[in-house]
Design a protein around this ligand. Structure first.
Ligand code: NAD
Length: 304
């Protein structure tokens, strides 16, 4: 195990969608590195059950629908209850690729831009975009309350850096995560919360079995895909390696691992810049967050 990976030892990680694919790859790597893990997913998959078993003291499953804020709060409270502290690492990984309705389900339950089956909101947007934002806010509150630094990883995609006509909704949610991550760059120096974003290319996971013909439609094959383990290794590095500062957007695909550079200086704010902005636009946020420092985790009742 690399020195960097071993720095996960003793940490607590909360992983949404950790029962399959990329999330499960990270869960396995984190357990191996000595971390304790809360796996927050819709169901205890067979693959996860085989990984953590019934009596694994290092990893626990908590039923979570990431669309429900209360479930995310419960998952953090669960960590406190079973591991004695709120998580140090929060991985917003749960995601869907515009699923269409299954035969026995109401079409309105599922979320596909071109099939256009939804009412007032897109489930794909709630799962892929709104949940990572909610988790980041809850993580900030939990970490400030516990007076410890932490890391939030948002799982985007290389399509968040490009475009997709057939999956425009999915693509838009992944773009949005990148804008959010860049906006949160100052949180590391100001609040001790490093918010970073990982953009995997095509990964061989069950996501591609969501719809019949999906992998053919998007030309998914061994020639272009990487493994969940490749992504998990990049994720661990992104979390523990101090060279990756808050606001970093990291791409991992067949061509390797690369930091995405953007114009503008969000990630390169110098101390003097921070003092200037802190005095103006940041001040209301910092005042609000100051009130959360040292406040014990209280979930829903904790909201101002
Ligand atoms: N597979 C790829 O090619 C690829 C590429 C780039 C990015 N990603 C992203 O990586 C992340 C993980 O995808 P994956 O490929 O491992 O998919 P996957 O389908 O194997 O795993 C997704 C997990 O999310 C869970 N999930 C879905 N909706 C949920 C909800 N409402 N509440 C709680 N959990 C929920 C599922 O139960 C599943 O365990 C997603 O955000 C996906 O968009 C995947």
């Amino acid at each position: 195990m690399s020195d960097l990976r071993s720095s996960l030892n003793g940490k607590i990680a909360l992983v949404t969608g950790g029962g399959s694919g990329i999330g499960l790859g990270f869960v396995r790597m984190a357990i191996e590195a000595g971390a304790r893990v809360v796996v927050a997913d819709l169901r205890l998959s067979e693959a996860l059950a085989a990984t953590i078993g019934a009596s694994n003291e290092q990893a626990k499953f908590v039923h979570t629908d990431v669309r429900k804020r209360g479930d995310l709060e419960t998952a953090i409270g669960f960590s406190l209850q079973i591991f004695g502290d709120v998580p140090d690492i929060y991985v917003a990984n749960a995601g869907v690729f515009e699923p269409s309705a299954k035969a026995n389900e109401s079409p309105k339950q599922w979320s596909n831009f071109w099939l256009d089956t939804e009412g007032d909101s897109y489930a794909t947007a709630e799962i892929n975009f709104t949940h990572p934002l909610k988790l980041t806010r809850l993580a900030t509150r939990a970490l400030l309350g516990a007076k410890k630094p932490g890391v939030v990883v948002l799982v985007s995609s290389t399509v968040g850096l490009s475009w997709s006509y057939p999956a425009a909704l999915y693509c838009a949610t992944k773009h949005a995560l990148i804008g959010f991550t860049r906006s949160m760059a100052p949180a590391e120096s100001l609040n001790g919360v490093k918010v970073v974003c990982l953009c995997p290319g095509i990964v061989d996971t069950p996501l591609w079995q969501t719809r019949e013909g999906l992998s053919e439609q998007f030309s998914v094959s061994d020639k272009v895909s990487i493994t969940p383990e490749d992504v998990a290794a990049a994720m661990v590095d992104l979390i523990v390696n101090e060279k990756y500062k808050g606001g970093t957007v990291l791409k991992v695909d067949r061509s390797g691992v690369k930091v995405i550079e953007f114009s503008g200086k969000t990630r390169d704010l110098k101390d003097e810049d921070l003092v200037k902005v802190k005095d103006r636009s940041f001040a209301p946020v910092q005042d609000l967050l100051a009130a959360e420092i040292g406040r014990p985790w209280g979930g829903v009742s904790d909201r101002l």
